[in-house]
Design a protein around this ligand. Structure first.
Ligand code: NAI
Length: 343
């Protein structure tokens, strides 16, 4: 019998609890050995504990060093700071790994198999922002500061290059804007080129591309890329673009890996427009759970989960609305659970 693995579970906001329930049903069918400690964060944290990131939630992750997280709502403009960003900072989750693979063949972009590795802690996301008042306009000028230390860039690039070697990726492309933001993104490019020459040359092909050209190339011919590695803001935008190539946000998982913990989640948000309707696609969170199983060295369970998803989608043809189907979250989950039970 596999030893129990303590892990923190944050159901999250909006569609979070619905897709978390679906994912737990799949894990039950697999007999996955997670021992969950349920905690709240985001809007649920504010409602239940008066804090978007309660101390008990942080203490739980500090203890388990492993978490599965539903999406957390963040107010735009004013309000509290993103609990996601705070979790990344708290546990130094410096690498964000976002694989995107075509699961339903025959679409506009077939046979996509791409990984985006995003720097998760630095750049323009550090939240050093302020307004400058002019005359009677308190928001007359907005200012933001980005920071990219060489050590942070090197740590992330090292993670990406090691992952490329470990998973047999043939080509890694560094995405930057060093022609305009010569210091902020130039340091990332320079560090990547130096690290490749010194340690990784010959193990895969290294290429570089400017972010705007990259966005165009991804739409014209995404198959020319294998792994993209980039700074925080560019990675955030590109991973959503890449999600669109494989059927939308409902299909793309993310792993936040750091020195102190690993937190697994869907790339999408809380989808307030469809929350409570029972129609959300749970696949992104389920694929994040497959990454979590791989991370816990349970690749057989991860494979059964991925195969079950594939069969439910393509053999049983059970698909939620975002994938052009009519199935509810629970109908998809039922098909998946029965596939897993027979695998
Ligand atoms: P969103 O990803 O929640 O929704 C964008 C669109 O995609 C919506 O039309 C939604 O219905 C659809 N969608 C998303 N996930 C889906 C799924 N699993 N199945 C079917 N359709 C799905 O992005 P939005 O609306 O910009 O953000 C909503 C909230 O989520 C905000 O408060 C935002 O801050 C938060 N958010 C949280 C994230 C996280 O916790 N990691 C990531 C992104 C946003």
């Amino acid at each position: 019998m596999t030893q129990a693995i303590p892990a923190t579970l944050i159901p999250g906001d909006g569609i979070g609890p619905e897709i978390v329930d679906a994912t737990l049903a799949a894990l039950d069918a697999l007999g996955a050995p997670f021992e969950w400690d349920r905690q709240v964060a985001g809007l649920a944290g504010v409602q239940v504990a008066g804090d978007p990131l309660p101390a008990e939630t942080l203490a739980s992750i500090r203890r388990t060093r492993l978490a599965l997280k539903g999406p957390l709502e963040t107010p735009s403009g004013g309000g509290y700071r993103s609990s996601n960003v705070r979790l990344r900072e708290e546990f130094k989750l410096y690498a964000n790994l976002r694989p995107a693979r075509t699961l339903i063949p025959g679409g506009r972009f077939d046979k996509i198999d791409l990984v985006v590795v995003r720097e998760n802690l630095e750049g323009l996301y550090i939240g050093h922002e302020h307004f400058v008042q002019i005359d009677d306009d308190p928001h007359a000028v907005a200012m933001a500061t980005g920071i990219n230390p060489r050590a942070g860039s090197r740590r992330l690039l090292e993670f990406a290059f090691q992952h490329a070697v470990a998973t047999g990726r043939k080509k890694v492309t560094i995405v930057h804007k060093a022609n305009i933001m010569k210091a902020l993104t130039g340091i990332f490019l320079e560090t990547g080129l130096e690290l490749y020459e010194r340690k990784y040359k010959g193990q895969f092909v290294l290429d570089t591309v400017i972010i705007d050209a990259c966005a165009m190339k991804l739409v014209l011919n995404p198959w020319q890329f294998d792994m993209l590695v980039t700074t925080n803001l560019f990675g955030d935008i590109l991973s959503d673009l890449v999600a669109g190539l494989v059927g939308g946000l409902g299909m793309t998982p993310g792993a936040n890996i750091g020195t102190d913990a690993a937190i697994f989640e869907a790339v999408h948000g809380s989808a307030p427009d469809i929350a409570g309707k029972g129609i959300a696609n749970p696949i992104a969170l389920m694929l994040a759970t497959a990454m979590m199983l791989d991370h816990c060295r349970l690749p057989d369970l991860a494979l059964r989960l991925r195969n079950g998803i594939n069969d439910a989608l393509n053999v049983d043809n059970v698909r939620t609305g975002d994938l052009g189907g009519k199935a509810s979250t629970s109908e998809f989950t039922k098909a998946l659970v029965s596939r897993i039970a027979n695998s």
